[in-house]
Ligand binder design. Sequence first.
Ligand SMILES: [Zn+2]
Length: 481
Amino acid sequence: MHTHSDLQLLVNSAHEAKVRQGVTLEVLGQDGLSYAPVTDDVLAELRRQLAAWNDDPPDFAWTWRTVGEYLDRLDEGIAVNACYLVPHGTVRMCVLGLDDRPPTADELADMRQLVAEGLEQGAVGLSAGLTYVPGMYADDEEVIALCEVLRDYGGFYCPHHRNYGLRAIEAYGDCIEIARRVGVPLHLAHAHLGFEVNRGRAPELLAMIDAARADGVDVTMDTYPYLAGATYLHAFLPRWMHAGGSTETLARLRQEELRERLRAELEDHGSDGFHDVPIDWSIIVISGVRTAPAERWLGQSIAEAATQAGRRPIDFVCELLVEEELGVACIAHIGNEENVRSIMAHPAHTAGSDGILVGERPHPRSYGTFPRYLAVYVRELGILSWEQAIRKMTSLPCQRLGFTDRGLLRPGMAADVVCFDPDTVRDTATYEDPKRLPEGIPYVVVNGRVVIDGGQHTGELAGRALRRSQRRESSPARRGA
Ligand SMILES: [Zn+2]
């Protein structure tokens, strides 16, 4: 339900990391940031901003600009099925660039138009990344105006909410209020309720979700079965560091006179990029870099690496981001196991890896999420039954996505089938050795074609882009805009 394979599915279309886990369908366009729809300028900016999620392969052919063209490109050959959410941040960049201000009425109409076009071309919903630039520049009114377009087309709203730390519960509440007000289905992305300030607060979140569901708001969510988070390192910088785009961010990172303000915001007060929680550099581990000299930092925390380099952590971070032109991926050890367990046991919870496939030492969730649910949380701990865990990975996601012909084993349904051994299925990827493939999943069938046969990839590219089921002939949102 949540993954960052937007480019890697095209670069390495065999997609072994995922298909070996039994994945047959991925939901792309997450966190408000992906590569369609784009203009040439927006694409250039996003390639740099998102390099630590998706890489930026030098010879890659960027043949698409619209959502429809991107889905057509996926149709040219991928191992698993994929569907797409229109990313709010990307849409905002197309209309307002990276300006930190509300849109004018005309600009908002243009954004609504781009969302409507993406949905008409087959996207299944709208994603938002409200702690990332430029999603964090949007107020609720802007989000509501775009969700209204969704309502007319029958897609769902999938936010990375405004704050994962100090104000996480409040931020989830905001998302629910928007869904209630507009009348759209809501899917909360990676709702893991991490950070020390939220320890033990899962029951509050789940009570809020239960109350909303009882009240008719259609809420679902996903998490991955790990304690750490992962993203690009410059996501933690305060919003003013991002104004004007990556070239200006890099210029500010070089400015010594800004260093103390930056240090105080990150370390003493908590930057809005780090969810208003003071950052502890010992829990932030470097997982991916761009240049060979920086590879020596892989697997080390910022605190360790800075000590070795003889620099203060804040100086080390700024200098590394400059050297790598922002292409630094990191793993943040912020999770609470009791929250992870409580949330995954909820009936509205679905599985999602949030997998980031690039970098030398990626988060193990990219290679282990789905077998880990089965091995650890079903077989070892008994937190989920087999039936519950399987539903979270099959029928419930397909219901949320609106794919009524998938997700169940029944005559007439699409043959996306996984055959695993309940006694031996397990993840083997670890933080130290994250690219190890799982065991106990001998067969994976996608659209009726065998992609994993006896544990080996057959080379079949059996997947295709799945487009939103059409509900309406006309496009009321376009008229309304
Ligand atoms: Zn994500």
